[in-house]
Design a protein around this ligand. Structure first.
Ligand code: IVH
Length: 673
């Protein structure tokens, strides 16, 4: 490479890395994997080492950390929060070890090897044993104050345990560790998001980061996060621990979660062995880890080795190989979900990605396919996003064969042949309950808990009954006879009796559960309750216009459109009629006498009220049957905003909540002036 070429490349890499830094740290929306980022970063570092005079003072290699978000107060750290150099190859680890032995002039180094958590690093400051502040890493010197959010994490002690060494409970002590979202929690969160038709989070790290940076601590609290501690530093006097291990023990005694999977050993053999063990076990752990951290055990040696600008000389991250593989797209298939949404799926030449064979990868929607220009026949890089859902990262363009065609969503449903409509980013099969793919998912939802709750009618039985031609729509559930079941594999007298009884018992569902069970797009349990409360029965819903629907507080245009579309479909109406004929009668719970205009609403007040005090307004809302919330969360259904309303109002708009002013509030509770 010539000098001119190097200059160009250094500039390009700098710009690219800055862009990725911004996406990762500020937007929480990375577009490349950590491994890809590391590769770019190392390339830049190597070039700068070769041409030191070409290194820009603001080069990404010269920074300790990342850009800062602005929504939170900035707080300085007790001491700089360093990062770790990442190594990918065993040889690099050997070089690291050699350098240490040379500097320390010893034969063998004692190491502690810990899992490298893939979460969000956090500093917790304790004054005389009491938590006073918690912050993100920020740029390493100054972080964001997220104390209130961190207080909601149960694994973070608000006061250090009495068993903690005295030194931990005296003066200022900074505990560092990682806030994490357990994988089970991450999967549950994504399931909820998908059900609410929102974008799933790409991985547990982003989910954890997003959760602790909520403006409303209630949201953080609702996401069950964990915290693992791995470092403690006393400002003055320094903590008296001789080794890393002693420090971990002290953290554990103080009440922190400290990873049990930690190895101690002399020389590199235990390091390599533990790296291999954890790599194998990676998919069975409760948390995402992306490598191991190798640390010099003795603290006096740590001090002797010291730190560079960005990272300590006494520790490195020895990363796992990325979970990205190259394979070929054999074809692009289209799946049909419960609400009729068509999802393009890449059918792959099966390939193993960190121990799991992957043969399909979601392409999300047409826009996503267009953006990546994925075609049948392409060679692609795939990754297990969040290391769970496989996804196509990018197409390797120079391996594209001739005669490929851009992918186009079908105009007809691949399962039932009905017309497909495009609504926003999505393509929808217009056949509703008559489409077998939708039907199976629909019936599954219809009979599930929280809906009609028919015990004993699981996915397998639904499939069996559909295959036998016994279930063509939701209403057929109530036409099943003992004789039908007797012909099916796995049904004995007792199980037939039980299922028939369960079906019969489900004929008097609560109205809101019945509406939820119908599986109308955007109608979850909450919206179903609003609809039930407002209409008091199924019949009035059949003729509700979008305007009528939008008049209900908590229901916006998108939901209204979807509800109107569902109930005006002739096919859906026939099913409803047949359900009625089969004896299904939703029941409306009687309300206590006296108007309760805010029943079912959770109300937040924000900004200044002009005609009454805040407590007075809250009492009025409660008397009208409403519940009061002080912060924004998913539970909130109604926001009363006065002049000067700030972040809560922005948040409410973002969540699509109903916002009214003071006089509209008074009108709703029947106090018109
Ligand atoms: S020690 C000076 N130990 O990895 C020592 N860090 O890429 C610095 N991390 O910012 C940290 N697991 O957020 C340490 N067991 C562990 C870790 C760990 C994850 C994170 C930490 C750090 C980043 C560096």
């Amino acid at each position: 490479m010539t000098r001119a070429q190097a200059r160009k490349r250094i500039e390009a890499l700098g710009a690219e890395l800055r862009e990725h830094d911004h996406r990762y740290h500020v937007l929480d929306q990375p577009t490349i994997s950590d491994a890809q980022y590391d590769r770019l970063f190392r390339e830049l570092k190597a070039l700068e080492e070769e041409y030191p005079d070409l290194r820009a003072p603001d080069s990404p290699t010269q920074r300790v950390g990342s850009a800062l978000r602005t929504a939170f107060k900035r707080v300085p750290h007790v001491a700089a929060m360093l990062s770790l150099d990442s190594l990918m190859e065993a040889d690099e680890v050997r070089k690291f070890d050699e350098r240490l032995r040379r500097t320390l002039e010893i034969e063998r180094v004692d190491y502690v090897v810990e899992p490298k958590f893939d979460g969000l690093s956090v500093e917790l400051v304790y004054e005389d044993g009491v938590l006073v502040r918690g912050s993100t890493r920020g740029d390493g010197e100054v972080g964001e104050d997220i104390t209130e959010n961190l207080r909601t994490i149960r694994a973070i002690p608000l006061r250090l345990d009495d068993d903690a060494p005295k030194a931990m409970r005296r003066g200022t002590v900074a505990v560092r560790g990682e806030a994490l979202m357990p994988i089970a929690e991450f999967e549950a969160l994504n399931k909820r998001l998908v059900e609410q038709n929102e974008e799933p989070t790409p991985n547990a790290r982003n989910a954890a980061a997003g959760s602790v940076r909520q403006l409303d601590p209630a949201i953080t609290a609702a996401r069950r996060l964990d915290f693992f501690a791995y470092d403690a530093a006393g400002a003055e006097p320094p903590l008296p621990f001789a080794t890393q291990r002693e420090m971990l023990d002290a953290l554990r005694a103080s009440g922190f979660h400290v990873e049990k999977n930690v190895r101690h050993g002399t020389g590199l053999d235990p390091v390599f062995a533990f790296h291999t063990t954890l790599l194998e076990r990676r998919d069975r752990l409760d948390y995402e880890i992306d490598g191991v951290v190798v640390k010099v055990d003795r603290r006096d040696w740590q001090d002797l080795l010291g730190v560079r600008s960005r990272s300590p000389r006494w520790a490195v991250a020895y990363k796992f190989p990325p979970r990205i593989e190259v394979t070929q797209v054999m074809d692009i298939a289209v799946q049909v979900g419960r609400t009729g949404k068509l999802t393009p799926v890449a059918l792959l030449q099966p390939v193993e990605v960190s121990g799991v064979t992957v043969s399909r990868a979601t392409l999300h929607n047409q826009d996503e396919v267009d953006r990546k220009d994925v075609r049948a026949g392409d060679t692609v890089r795939i990754r297990r996003a969040g290391d769970v859902i496989p996804e196509v990262v990018e197409v390797i363009r120079d391996r594209r064969p001739r005669d490929t065609h851009p992918f186009q969503m079908p105009r007809r449903c691949p399962v039932c042949g009905a017309r497909v409509d495009r609504v926003g980013a999505y393509h929808l099969c217009t056949n509703g309950l008559a489409c077998p793919a939708q039907l199976q998912a629909h019936i599954g939802h219809f009979v599930s808990r929280g809906a009609m709750d028919i015990v004993g009618l699981g996915d397998k039985t639904v499939r069996q009954l559909m295959d036998a031609g016994l279930l063509k729509d939701l209403a057929d559930v109530y036409r099943i006879t003992p004789i039908d079941l007797a012909g099916l594999e796995g049904f004995a007298e007792k199980s037939i009796e039980n299922l028939m009884a369960a079906i019969d018992a489900s004929k008097r569902p609560r109205l809101d559960r019945f509406l939820y069970a119908l599986g109308v797009e955007h109608v979850g349990a909450t919206v179903a309750r609003l609809l039930g409360d407002h209409f008091g029965g199924v019949a009035p819903l059949l003729d509700a216009s979008e305007e009528d629907l939008q008049a209900i507080h908590g229901i916006g245009p998108e939901v209204a459109e979807s509800v109107r579309r569902f109930f005006s479909s002739a096919r859906n109406r026939r099913v409803l009629e047949r359900l009625r004929a089969a004896g299904v009668r939703p029941v409306v719970e009687k309300r206590p006498k006296g108007a309760q205009p805010l029943a079912g609403e959770t109300v937040v007040f924000t900004g200044t009220l002009e005609r009454m005090s805040r407590p007075e307004a809250q009492r009025k809302a409660e008397n009208a049957g409403g519940r009061i919330a002080t912060g924004m969360s998913r539970k909130v259904t109604l926001v009363v905003a006065g002049p000067g309303a700030g972040s809560k109002l922005d948040e409410a708009k973002k969540l699509g909540l109903a916002v009214i002013d003071e006089s509209a509030f008074l009108a709703r509770i029947g106090e018109t002036t």
